[in-house]
Write a protein that binds this ligand. Structure first.
Ligand SMILES: Nc1ncnc2c1ncn2[C@@H]1O[C@H](COP(=O)(O)OP(=O)(O)OP(=O)(O)O)[C@@H](O)[C@H]1O
Ligand SMILES: [Mg+2]
Length: 243
């Protein structure tokens, strides 16, 4: 059956789901960085991200973090609840890296005194600029309650994800999440959406400090899928990888 395409992003395609209020995320092999200045197709990346993101979302659900995930359909697709995405990327940083280093001249890789939450405007056209809470409120991107929920949830995600990765010998340097609104039985609430994969985290091997995330692509280090696969294997997902 031909599914109706709703949207094509940089890493995923969205299709209409089988029921009202559901969509299908199709994970592509496309890799982009530096606001699409760098582009490549990395065979197998989409499959790995779909498997890892499905696992992560289930892990979050078990830990009381409500999210859009319903079920993984196949190697590249998962069924999720359709949400109205808040146009704000929530970034949590435990260590200085990437744009934080570029913007403020911090030393790459230093541990921050405590987790730092940043908000960015989800707009490639404008280069995803940093947003203050005032911007978010005045531009009507989210309410104060929603901002508070996003901050609180992101801190909890950092705690449980940091512990999970620590147990498998990986440091969680930073990550990005997105939230969206769902309306059910007449009331609207915010839930975690999008994806959680090595495409939107910084992950470093605890022993060797080897980079295990999308920085392999940004920095042109190669072997990206080899490391994403290693993350999946350490998470205990060998069986899913063999399908
Ligand atoms: N449950 C959901 N309901 C609706 N939209 C979603 C959901 N989960 C993720 N999205 C949106 O799907 C889009 C496609 O994902 P992808 O990662 O390819 O986008 P992107 O290119 O990174 O971002 P964008 O297209 O927004 O600039 C994103 O805009 C994301 O916010
Ligand atoms: Mg994206």
């Amino acid at each position: 059956m031909d599914k109706k395409q709703i949207y094509e992003g940089k890493a995923k395609v969205l299709f209409e789901g089988p029921e009202e209020g559901q969509i299908i995320q199709y994970f592509k092999d496309d890799a982009t960085a530096f606001n699409k200045q760098k582009f490549d197709v990395i065979e197998g990346k989409g499959v790995l991200n779909n498997i890892i993101s499905a696992y992560m979302m289930e892990f979050f659900s078990k830990n009381g973090i409500e999210n859009h995930f319903i079920e993984r359909l196949n190697k590249r697709e998962q069924l999720v609840k359709k949400v109205e995405i808040v146009p704000v990327e929530v970034v949590l940083r435990n260590y200085a890296a990437g744009t934080l280093v570029k913007r403020y001249g911090l030393e790459d890789g230093i541990k921050l005194s405590r987790p730092l939450i940043e908000f960015c405007y989800k707009s490639d056209e404008h280069g995803d600029p940093l947003l203050s809470e005032e911007h978010i409120l005045i531009f009507n991107f989210a309410t104060q309650d929603e901002i508070d929920m996003m901050k609180k949830t992101t801190l909890i995600i950092n705690q449980i994800l940091g512990d999970l990765f620590d147990k498998i010998g990986i440091i969680l340097g930073d990550f990005k999440v997105e939230f969206g609104r769902v309306t059910e039985n007449g009331s609207t609430r915010l839930i975690l959406a999008d994806e959680m994969s090595p495409d939107n985290c910084r992950l470093w091997d605890k022993e060797t400090l080897e980079i295990m995330d999308k920085d392999r692509f940004r920095k042109g280090l190669g072997s990206l899928t080899e490391f994403y696969r290693e993350v999946a294997v350490r998470l205990g997902l060998e069986k899913e990888l063999e399908e």
